[in-house]
Write a protein that binds this ligand. Sequence first.
Ligand code: SF4
Length: 397
Amino acid sequence: MVLTRKQVGNDWDSWTWQQQNAVRDVNELREHFANVPAQFFDKINANSSRLKFQITPYMLEKIPATISQEDLEKNPWFLQFFPLGEVYTQGADAYNGTDNWENGPEFPTSNLHHKYTNRALVRFRNCLSYCNFCFEALGTLEKNPSPFKIFKWDDWQRSLEYLAQRPEIEEVILSGGEPLLLSDSKLEQILSDIDGIKKKDGTSKIRFKRIHTRVMTHNPYRITDELVRLVSQYRINEMALHIAHPSEVTQEVVESIGKIRDGAGRYSPMIVAHTPLLRGINDRAEILWELFGKLYENNVKPYYLLHTMPHTPFANQQRVSVRDGVRLMKQLKRHKSNIAIPEYVIVHYDGKQTVPLELAGTPEFQYTQDSGGNPLVKFRNWREKWVEYPDVRDSLS
Ligand code: SF4
């Protein structure tokens, strides 16, 4: 049985209680959504032997238990976090279940990703979201993750040595999966280990530290007093909240953002947002603006609008074309407060690329086709290298 806030009392506000009591059983969903025919959930059940899903009681409370099937099928939370339909295995941008479009040579250890020159990401492989569109699906969604996709503490010392030995690295990003699934003590160990890498003059080698998280949408209670202390003490420079739909900016999320600011005070991090562009969820200018406006109201800078990556398990359901994203951006850019409009980027395995807001492309960013006639984008990236990116057909015009 799915518990309610009223039944639970004070434990409701405990992030560990929320995590421990997250719904992971299809039958509980069938029971909970009494107005939705039971067979509707068979689609999730069929995938659940392979793919994980979970939804915290906090999130479930935001979807009315009396919802109809028709409305549930359109619900932005449900659409993002439940493995509906067939895993997409055929097509130029399909998911092959063995390769996540990550660059092996960029991983000196299982948990460190040295992607760009001056910064490295610490990759945590567990998550609490299990987004359908996860670019890390092999480590997050798959119930039998590839061994390389598991954060190994045994490798952490080697990661620290790598950070110490590479003079160019001055920034570390704790990133997904979900770094804030770590207990406060483990998180403190990681932050203090990073700060412990010293230059000859005794100052910390790593100047900037960032945390990227999806925790606000699932479990805003994770922003505890102790976490805020760590953010302040270890001088986290930036927190990026991953957020896709305006309905995710709840009162609880607003309060948690305030808690970081009030608690961290002078050492409060910059708070920004990263938003995946998702078909049927936020691919309308008015929805995007509602989200960006809400974030801006709460002094959160919408930073990236991320074109949804190929080779993810449900890419066929959730991607819009790169050019459709340009159309949406053109409806927003300058028409709305420019400070609240993010940069539109492609997340390519070889690095992010800003998409020019030109429907015809530019000499260095071209809309074309592969040999099978599938839409393809080619561009010159930040390494001055021409790369390809599987696209999908336009659906907006
Ligand atoms: S929050 Fe990020 S890492 Fe976690 S499942 Fe979603 S996309 Fe993947």
